[in-house]
Design a protein around this ligand. Structure first.
Ligand code: HEC
Ligand code: HEC
Ligand code: HEC
Ligand code: HEC
Length: 435
């Protein structure tokens, strides 16, 4: 904060420690005081003694200004409430409980974070929103009191009627894929390894290819009434989950008979390797691997390309000159090759993501660092909105840009739902006397 405002006790000594005595002391339970005091005490001891060389100063990002310790007393908190009721409640609700879509709850938000965000709105660093005008003309002192007041409030608990939480989608895409694929095993085999001649194996194929193939059946571009009806009820997300599930299985050759001359097939396959890869392991996610596929299905597919039943321009040329014997031999060759897993890794589940987020944002999004926002109990729509804003760069923060960049749309939805539904805890920052 600026040098001009409030007292600055022992500047440079405890300047890095933010001390907020939020509530009138009457409201402190002894237990809270002891637990919070112990916590801050530990943090303080860990970082003690402070040395300018080794201890990073707490800085206002971008400004280079060291932030000094802040002490808020009951009058300042009351002053903050007066300001908030007059200027902020119209959007953020009474006592920081927002009932407006896209407007965050403020009750219990961590104070240093809160203060720095207000500064970011003032300078325009946090993009353009209704907030810029709301805080434009407020003094630094007013920002401080507002931060103190809102941090002193009990946070909003999940399930508040204003913001009904949608039931989160199945948070693990692979589990969702297993459930959706339950009806496929009868024909495509347990875990996608075919045991029935004519039925394709679904393992060893890139999820991009599998999704495209399934969509092809759905829209009728690939003509097969049975597959069309099998897949009709599935959403695009379901198809992605199914494809991911099969792609993560350890591939094996189809357990079906092979007829034909593999040696002759190997010679003929030289013409196909440019697209389908050596030994039928495709390196292009749009082109299917052929290694280990059921031989009868391979032959039927080649016949279908030849007759035009399966209408796909890329394959029309390669099959044009193949006779029935060549088709059988090629199929035998590819069916006997060893399939390989496609290059996909299991994505993190929401719980695994949340563990990574919690490293900064505190257990279940209950931040214990006054600079880092609490996420627990926040409005779900707001959390989604800001995660998108970090992803597109509309809201700037290097750590959050890196974190949100790798999230899928589904992850954003699931994480927002997850944090919105976590029990929110107030955190009290207590000064620890120096030795
Ligand atoms: C006209 C409506 C409006 C008013 C008035 C308003 N806000 Fe906001 N506030 C918003 C919106 C919308 C957002 C979310 C904007 C965004 O995504 O950056 C927001 C965001 C915030 C945030 C960021 C919260 C977070 O978790 O990052 C803080 C802090 C905040 N407001 C404080 C205040 C204070 C203090 C006042 C009164 C001085 C105030 N607001 C007045 C609409 C308003
Ligand atoms: C009654 C048997 C049957 C069931 C059940 C079935 N399929 Fe199929 N599936 C087939 C047949 C036959 C083909 C080959 C169709 C063709 O010639 O295009 C096929 C083809 C496919 C293909 C294309 C494979 C490739 O290599 O291009 C995919 C992907 C697929 N099925 C996925 C599924 C999924 C997912 C389910 C479950 C939701 C399912 N199938 C249920 C019989 C079945
Ligand atoms: C120019 C690239 C290209 C060449 C060369 C090529 N293919 Fe293909 N092949 C493809 C593409 C793309 C597909 C996927 C088409 C679709 O979705 O129906 C495909 C599909 C197939 C399929 C169906 C696989 C399945 O799982 O349904 C078989 C079988 C096949 N090719 C065999 C061959 C053989 C044998 C040769 C050589 C004689 C060959 N291909 C040459 C691009 C190629
Ligand atoms: C390395 C530390 C770090 C990690 C890990 C991290 N965050 Fe953050 N997060 C921050 C910081 C710092 C901010 C404040 C940035 C700013 O000022 O905009 C923030 C802000 C946020 C906000 C804005 C809160 C508000 O009230 O506006 C959300 C939402 C958020 N993080 C979600 C997540 C999620 C979800 C994850 C995990 C995928 C995550 N964060 C992981 C450091 C982190």
């Amino acid at each position: 904060m600026s040098e001009t405002n409030e007292t600055t006790p022992r500047k440079g000594f405890i300047a890095r420690v933010w001390t907020f005595l939020w509530r009138p002391s009457a409201r402190f339970s002894l237990a809270t005081l002891l637990i919070a005091g112990g916590l801050v005490g530990i943090l303080f001891l860990v970082s003690y003694p402070p040395s300018a060389a080794t201890q990073p100063a707490m800085v206002d990002p971008g400004s280079g200004n060291e932030l000094r310790a802040m002490y808020a007393n009951a009058e300042e908190v009351a002053e903050g409430k007066r300001l908030a009721d007059g200027s902020c409640a119209v959007c953020h609700g009474a006592n920081g409980f927002s009932t407006t879509p896209g407007v965050p709850h403020l009750a219990g938000q961590r104070p240093a974070y809160f203060y720095l965000e207000l500064r970011a709105y003032q300078t325009g660093a946090r993009g353009v929103s209704a907030m810029n005008n709301a805080v434009k003309f407020l003094s630094d002192d007013a920002l401080f009191k507002l931060a103190a007041y809102y941090a002193s409030l009990d946070p909003i608990q999940p399930g508040a009627p204003s913001d009904p939480k949608a039931a989160p989608a199945n948070p693990d895409p692979v589990q969702a894929g297993i459930a959706a694929a339950a009806s496929c095993t009868g024909c495509h085999g347990e875990i996608g390894i075919s045991k029935t001649p004519g039925m394709p194996s679904l393992v060893g194929l890139d999820p991009k290819y599998l999704v495209a193939a399934m969509k092809g059946y759905k829209i009728g571009q690939r003509k097969h009434d049975l597959m069309k009806s099998m897949l009709g009820a599935f959403s695009d997300a379901d198809l992605e989950n199914i494809a991911l599930y099969y792609a993560l299985q350890k591939p094996e050759r189809a357990r079906t008979p092979v007829v034909g001359n593999q040696v002759a097939g190997k010679v003929a396959a030289a013409a196909c390797a440019g697209c389908h890869g050596n030994q039928g392991i495709s390196l292009n996610p749009q082109i299917p691997s052929l290694a280990g596929q059921d031989a009868q299905y391979l032959a039927a597919a080649l016949q279908a390309y030849k007759s035009g039943l399966r209408n796909e321009e890329t394959m029309t040329g390669p099959v044009a000159s193949l006779d029935d014997t060549a088709i059988k031999d090629l199929s035998a060759y590819y069916a006997t090759q060893q399939p390989q897993p496609p290059n996909v890794r299991k994505p993190l589940t929401t719980a695994e993501w949340a563990q990574r987020c919690d490293r900064c944002h505190g257990i279940s999004g209950n931040s214990t660092d006054p600079r880092l926002p609490a996420l627990a109990g926040q409005r779900e729509d707001y959390l989604q909105k800001v995660l998108h804003a970090y992803r597109t760069g509309a809201r700037k923060s290097p750590p959050m840009a890196a974190m949100s960049d790798v999230l899928t749309e589904r992850d954003v939805e699931n994480l927002a739902a997850y944090y919105a539904s976590q029990k929110a805890r107030a955190v009290v920052y207590v000064i620890v006397p120096s030795k």
